[in-house]
Ligand binder design. Structure first.
Ligand SMILES: [Zn+2]
Length: 377
């Protein structure tokens, strides 16, 4: 029997309405399942947080007990007793450095870089070489063009692994970290200029330490009159002619200077301060340490007047630099020491020192003799 057009239309209309009803039912079912899944997820997240809090609390308890045991052993052996946790060199609470949550979105390389850079801020602060919320230290995240820098507004003793700000070489903030602070303009201009001009450099430290700033204002520059100055090696100088690096064009002379002689990893900014450049954090820190000591000694030596100071022969100066520039490698015949790169051997000691005063600082593992150097680079 032939079907009429009207009948066909009616059939199609009914089928369409039926489909609509079925789709609606599917949506309702899907919404209910989605809501159920969300509830389950919230429940799991709450349980995960509870577990994490419990683990953190257990670690804190364990660390506290371990410190007590360490202190007891030290007392028995009559060794110097470390400052108690919570009371630092400046009698203020110490904030744990390593505060990145276990489920962080950061890559392992970024986490390691954050931990190491946060440790550098604490070391600089511990020596009272910081300048309140000013000055800056940066590190490049290995395998990327991203730079980590301090949030502008935090004192160095407040900086943690998670609070560091991730920026591109043109100063764009791609991750503010755990705070809402921005970055210091001069900081980004100085440091990104160096990282861009020198891809071999992964860490730069800038300080206004009083003795460094003092020597930076002397026409004679750093004199090779003490061993620290000798082992620091060749120094580059930059005239104070661009103010405090507020303009993009202020980078030009800085880029020229750091590209001119790549052996010069200490940069004295006349009438300002200094910047150390390192292929690693260990190298930049080691250079900063020797340059600060060199300047402190020079400031005191200048009491004798420039003509009253002895300067060793060039042959001796060259020998001192050659020896010192190899770091601990040239100080010990032990093969395990020789495996360390410049500054790494001392870095292990700095990390142990931080560990004695700050909980959960750097991922430092005393059971692994090459812990940081192997793990980080
Ligand atoms: Zn400065």
């Amino acid at each position: 029997m032939a079907i009429t057009l009207e009948a066909l239309k009616q059939i199609l209309k009914e089928q369409h309405e039926q489909s609509q009803v079925e789709i609606k039912q599917l949506y309702t079912k899907f919404d209910a399942e989605l809501e159920e899944a969300k509830k389950e997820r919230r429940k799991l997240e709450a349980e995960l947080k509870k577990s994490n809090d419990m683990i953190t609390s257990l670690i804190d308890q364990f660390h506290g007990q371990q410190l007590q045991v360490n202190e007891s052993i030290k007392k028995i052996l009559n060794l110097p007793v470390a400052r108690p946790v919570g009371v630092g060199q400046k009698s203020r609470p110490l904030i744990p450095i390593y505060d990145i949550p276990a489920d962080s979105k950061y890559s392992p390389e970024e986490i390691d870089t954050r931990k190491k850079l946060a440790c550098l801020f604490r070391l600089v602060d511990d020596y009272e070489w910081s300048s309140t919320i000013y000055n800056h230290i940066t590190m490049k995240i290995p395998g990327t063009e991203y730079i980590l820098i301090n949030p502008f507004g935090l004192m160095y003793h407040e900086i943690t692994a998670s609070s560091l700000v991730k920026i591109t070489l043109d100063g764009t903030i791609v991750d503010r970290g755990s705070t809402q602070f921005g970055i210091n303009r001069a900081g980004y201009i100085i440091h990104t200029a160096i990282h861009e001009a020198r891809p071999d450099i992964h860490c730069t430290i800038h300080v206004h330490h009083f003795a460094v700033a003092g020597v930076s204002a002397m026409k004679c520059g750093i004199l090779p009159i003490n061993q620290e100055a000798m082992v620091a090696g060749p120094v580059a100088y930059l005239d104070y002619n661009v103010g405090i690096f507020e303009q993009e064009s202020d980078k030009e002379e800085l880029i020229r200077i750091v590209q001119e002689d790549k052996k010069k990893k200490v940069l004295m900014l006349h009438n300002h301060g200094a910047i150390t450049l390192g292929e690693t954090a260990e190298e930049a820190w080691r250079l900063l340490y020797v340059i600060v000591k060199a300047c402190e000694t020079q400031v005191k030596s200048m009491a004798a007047g420039e003509n009253g100071i002895l300067i060793p022969e060039k042959r001796a100066l060259d020998l001192a630099y050659e020896t010192g520039s190899q770091g601990a490698n040239n100080m010990d015949n032990n093969a395990s020491v020789k495996a360390y790169k410049y500054g790494e051997f001392e870095w292990e000691a700095w990390m142990r020192d931080l560990d004695s005063r700050v909980r959960k600082p750097s991922g430092w593992d005393g059971n692994n003799p090459k812990r940081l150097s192997k793990k980080f680079f």
